[in-house]
Design a protein around this ligand. Sequence first.
Ligand code: B12
Length: 387
Amino acid sequence: MDRLSPEQLNPSIYVGLRLSSLQAGAKEAHYLHSLKLSYQQSLLSNDNSDSEAKPSMGQLALYLLALRANCEFVGGRKGDRLVSQLKRFLEDEKGAIGHNHQGHPHTSYYQYSLGILALCVHQKRVHDSVVGKLLYAVEHEQHLQQGHFPVDTLAMAGLAFSCLKLSNLNPNQRNRITVALGRVQEKILKAQTPEGHFGNVYSTPLALQLLMASLRPTVELGTACLKAKAALLASLQHKAFQNPLMISQLLPILNQKSYVDLISPDCEAPRVLLEPATETPSQTQVPGFIHVTLKVSSISPSYRHSVSVPVSSSLEDVLKKAQEHSRFRYGTQASLSGPYLTSVMGKKAGEREFWQLLRAPDTPLLQGIADYRPRDGEAIELRLVGW
Ligand code: B12
């Protein structure tokens, strides 16, 4: 079988499916088998030449969550090596954050939380000092606020804390964990928009996972969650959920589950067989072309060009067209969310920088280049910013 790309071989999809009310029959087992082959091969090989292809800390964590979603505990020599690798990743990140918390993890607090969560659901203890860095970040929130997606990150940190609390793996930090959980919950509730989303539509599934895993449900919490679910259902009707990674974070919620349930997953629970996707008649293709202006001001000389593409083209189609017909250049990297824009006009985003996608003048897009479909007359800006 051809090696599947990260988008195709995505542990988050397996986790989402196993925590949903749906099952994909024999395909599911085949998918897990392919995940195992691919992840174990690249993680356990000593070959460093292809280090670009090695899964990141967060991807290793998601892989361990996928194993647990199949009711497996990591074990044996190979399993122990994976656990040690994840622990080492976390130790390195702890070092990058530093004694006085002045630094940042090389990846993000989101991936740091995923790492702690994955070890926790496998009942593997991490050192108090590793958990302590995440507690500090939540207690002194500016560390998470600097990031662009505080709700997603807070929710993932909260899911890790919920697991630690339930499993009592770090008893010395029990009180601090309880207080931090309360704080996470409060911040997420405060981030609810008038329509009902926590943060934005795409952070709402993780936020709901965390709130539903809450150990002390209150009336206020219940009302907020109901409103958020209604907002999510409305977004579903507007086809906001097309990206498989986003769907994978949403599926558990639709089945009243969260990643914390991976502490003791129910692999016998009945699930309905997923029907193979029938060819949906391609969205009645409206004939014609739209014009989209592409702007880049973060480089000199700045770039501005109008591109004509077929109706319902993606932003990626616009970038391709601009590359074919003007001096525009761009580069991408595959990720679990799809193609991530890494460079524009030869300029690569540096450490803690990224190429932000905006609808001019100043509205950040909520989707990536492969999913976002610009409208006629829109201007899209690519802007190099820090995060
Ligand atoms: C951290 C993060 C970032 C960081 C990533 C840098 C880093 N070193 O970590 C920064 C701030 C740079 C970022 C940027 C963007 N992000 Co972001 N990001 C996240 C977050 C919180 C965690 C991602 C992660 O680590 N996953 C776990 C690891 C194991 O998976 P991974 O695939 O290996 O992770 C990589 C990719 O996720 C990639 N990445 C991050 N964001 C995005 C967004 C898209 C669309 C793609 C294709 C890739 C990508 O960076 C990760 C690290 O290398 C998620 C939250 C979530 N709910 O998933 C949002 C999230 C994925 N991002 C989102 C968005 C919209 C963006 C932007 C498009 C925003 C914009 N207007 O520019 C840009 C990407 C633009 C581009 N250049 O292509 C949305 C995607 C929604 C959707 N419909 O798919 C999410 C869900 C946040 C949200 N609630 O809106 N992001």
